[in-house]
Design a protein around this ligand. Structure first.
Ligand SMILES: NC(=O)c1ccc[n+]([C@@H]2O[C@H](COP(=O)([O-])OP(=O)(O)OC[C@H]3O[C@@H](n4cnc5c(N)ncnc54)[C@H](O)[C@@H]3O)[C@@H](O)[C@H]2O)c1
Ligand SMILES: CC(C)[C@H](N)C(=O)O
Length: 361
């Protein structure tokens, strides 16, 4: 059964590419979620991605205690193609048309393949967009804040496993050195972690060299002999086989939708490997954007909210342990409880309701 409120699939009139906007839930407020511009074997794979990613955004906002709902946009690029600048602009305007037609039920932001400048182009057609550059009234690039939030989650896990939040001296494998992965790797290196890194883009080797990191082949990184693995690329990387091959004590990272199937979370738990649900560890970017753009918080206040992910993960791990659950079960219950408690009409303005970084029961 379709659990989404609405899914729009439209062939862009300019680009002729499939634009997929999935609004999973507006129970907590108007939906928000990024625009992914990525290659797919078939556009239906992009649809699957949009359905799963938008559902994760609902959980992300619920656990973060923010009054927004979950949505996502995917534009499925055919394999082996790269739009030139004019076509890229056409794609963004096609996306903007679909978002405008939703009348405020959903706003988009950056994700894989898009950034603040792309949001500015979407903003030429619809105001329902966040993370435009600061000089254009937006909160700017979300990726440093996503990295900061994932770093906060890593501190909580480190405290749990090693008795200290410091990552100094920990061996950490970072899979994916895009905008978020590179920023997170830099935070970890600055803290004194020993890094192993990878990316499918060989140009990213220079980042590894700059950080004194060991470079691993992309297909080997999950099985690296390290303390913590940090997924920071695309999703569906954790399945029965990759979980069996893990040699780390924790998997914590900003990549969305890390589980290939939900059972992978329980397999991790059975192996005694701490997995922080991606929708918890990756929330820093949207927490920052919503805090600055909707709640008009200062930079310091927004930063404090992002850093509060450390406390959220502390509480989640405590709750899971006391109930004999996996962190995934505990986070899922928390999200469902907050969604169930939402009583107002869908679509109410986010800014009218203050966020509550409430603690776990
Ligand atoms: N940008 C944000 O603020 C934000 C917020 C929350 C979650 N996320 C998630 O974080 C992840 C990274 O996002 P980003 O904004 O850094 O995207 P990005 O496009 O800047 O980077 C993605 C990187 O992953 C690499 N990659 C792709 N497949 C790979 C593989 N199999 N092995 C190794 N590297 C691979 C790409 O070459 C690229 O360098 C995504 O899952 C995204 O949904 C991003
Ligand atoms: C910036 C935000 C929408 C981000 N892409 C996320 O998944 O949380």
């Amino acid at each position: 059964m379709l659990e989404h409120e609405q899914v729009v699939i439209r062939t862009g009139r300019r680009s002729r590419l499939p634009v997929i906007v999935a609004v999973h839930s507006t129970a907590l407020g108007p939906a928000a979620g990024g625009l992914r511009l990525w290659h797919y074997r078939d556009w239906r794979d992009g649809l699957d991605d949009a359905l799963r990613l938008s559902s994760a955004m609902t959980s992300k906002f619920a656990v973060a205690g923010l009054p927004s709902g979950g949505g996502k946009t995917v534009v499925a690029l055919p394999q082996g193609t790269k739009p030139d600048a004019a076509r890229h602009r056409d794609v963004l305007h096609d996306v903007a048309d679909v978002i405008a037609s939703l009348g405020g039920a959903y706003a988009t932001g950056p994700d894989v393949g898009t950034g603040p400048d792309d949001m500015a182009v979407i903003g030429e057609i619809t105001p329902h967009v966040f993370c435009r550059p600061a000089h254009q009234g937006g909160s700017g690039d979300s990726s440093p804040h996503t990295a900061q939030g994932a770093f906060a989650a890593l501190r909580a896990v480190s405290r749990r496993l090693y008795g200290t939040p410091s990552l100094a001296g920990r061996t950490v494998a970072v899979a994916g050195l895009g905008r978020v992965g590179a920023a997170l790797a830099r935070l970890l290196a600055a803290e004194g972690a020993a890094l192993t890194v990878t990316d499918i883009d060989p140009d990213k080797r220079t980042i590894g060299e700059e950080l004194g990191a060991v470079w691993a082949a992309p297909e080997k990184i999950l099985g690296a002999d390290v303390d913590i693995v940090v997924p920071a690329a695309l999703g569906s990387v954790l399945d029965r086989q990759t979980v069996a091959d893990l040699r780390c004590r924790a998997v914590v990272g900003p990549a969305n939708n890390q589980l290939a199937t939900p059972e992978a979370a329980e397999l991790l738990h059975e192996r005694g490997i701490v997995w922080v649900p991606d929708y918890v560890a990756s929330a820093g970017g949207v927490i920052h954007a919503v805090s600055v753009e909707l709640h008009r918080l200062t930079a310091d206040e927004a930063r404090a909210r992002v850093d509060a992910i450390e406390r959220t993960v502390d509480d989640l791990l405590d709750t899971a342990r006391s109930r004999g659950q996996s962190p995934a079960q505990a986070a899922g219950e928390l999200a469902r409880r907050r969604l169930g408690a939402a009583s107002g009409p869908a679509g109410r303005p986010v800014a009218q309701r203050p966020p509550a970084q409430e603690q776990h029961a």
